[in-house]
Design a protein. Structure first.
Length: 351
């Protein structure tokens, strides 16, 4: 933690601070007559009590003056230690994410048109959640469990849209995830551009722990050779881990090629091509196929379990007013002085 300088909102009121010496001025104390000071026995307890009362008086005046002057502590840079990661959420916002999960067992002989009844922004016409809504709900629950993490987020379809820069603030993270519910997605998906934008979150940042790109998408993409080379170089440079949660639709292919297919044949399938490319990057990589909300939840839970390493984060604590503390201290000192004043007659020796 860096030092926290003290500032005042009304520094000119500090001219009243010398008033704190008034309790030590004996001219204000009532005079008592004795025939001879030699007749007074030494009273150490009384002297200590008088010193304590004088100190309380000075404390009350000084605290009141500091409170009136608006004592404040400037913003601080705080280094926090915990277990977690820096996570960039890459959430697919293409049109296909506005469809719902469809069970393979429930297909029968029908051949549904998935673009016919996408529904409104609040869900499908039959009340089920869309894939995008389920993803946002599960991601929101995931983020709420990871207090020590710093989250960034972007949405993507044809182009990536940065929604939130790195922050540890839970309210900001939840608001960013909720913002993905605005409007409808486009038909195109450019995962390569989304990955480049996700990697840009880490540029210029000190490496403080685990770095994660969490890609949530229901489809793959072909990436040209130049972009693949740059992605590989940047991912190794930034030392990121990549998690791909592939929300598999009814007619979508698996991430592994069919038996007997050559590499060239397998790469014609965007999802298989992307999975093979991610595996070749030489970075920590895991892929999950989620065919229903339960599988999506299990995939997120697995990421939550795996990425829990020590992390150092830097946070900014805003300016803090110390006026309430000063006034409370002055009040306590005054109450103690009033109590001593009330008990004074009972402590005086009888004549």
């Amino acid at each position: 933690m860096t030092s926290a300088p003290i500032v005042f909102e009304h520094p000119w009121l500090l001219v009243l601070l010398p008033l704190a010496v008034l309790p030590w001025w004996r001219g204000l104390a009532p005079a008592r007559r004795f025939s001879s000071l030699l007749l007074l026995p030494p009273d150490r307890a009384a002297r200590l009590l008088q010193l304590g009362l004088d100190a309380l008086g000075s404390l009350a005046i000084a605290a009141l003056v500091l409170g009136l002057a608006g004592l404040q502590r400037t913003e601080q840079i705080v280094e926090r230690q915990g277990k977690g990661a820096e996570i960039v959420l890459l959430l697919d916002r293409s049109r296909s994410m506005d469809q719902g999960f469809v069970s393979r067992d429930a297909l029968g002989s029908a051949s549904p048109n998935y673009y016919k009844s996408i529904g409104d922004e609040r869900g499908l016409s039959d009340g089920r959640e869309t894939k995008a809504q389920t993803a946002r709900r599960v991601l929101a629950e995931f983020a709420s469990r990871r207090d020590a993490d710093r989250f960034g987020m972007l949405l993507f379809s044809a182009q990536p849209v940065r929604v939130l820069d790195f922050t540890p603030k839970p309210a900001a993270v939840q608001a960013a995830i909720l913002a993905g519910d605005i409007g409808r997605g486009l038909a195109d998906t450019d995962i390569g551009s989304a990955l480049f934008e996700g990697l840009s979150f880490f540029e210029g940042r000190a490496y403080t722990g685990s770095r994660i790109l969490l890609l949530v998408s229901d489809g793959g993409d072909h990436i040209d050779p130049d972009a693949r080379e740059r992605l590989e170089r940047q991912m190794r440079l930034q030392r990121v881990s990549l998690y791909w949660i592939y929300i598999r639709s009814l007619r979508s292919p698996a991430l592994t090629a069919e038996a007997g297919a050559t590499a060239a044949e397998a790469d014609t399938v965007p999802e298989v091509f992307l999975h093979r490319f991610f595996r070749s990057l030489g970075i920590p990589y895991r892929a999950y196929e989620a065919e229903n909300p339960q599988a999506l939840q299990r995939a997120i839970d697995d990421v939550d379990r795996l990425e829990n390493l020590p992390i150092t984060s830097i946070d900014t604590v805003p300016r803090q007013s110390l006026v309430p503390h000063c006034l409370a201290l002055a009040l306590v000192a005054l109450l103690l002085l009033l109590l001593a004043r009330a008990l004074e007659p009972a402590l005086e020796p009888s004549r």
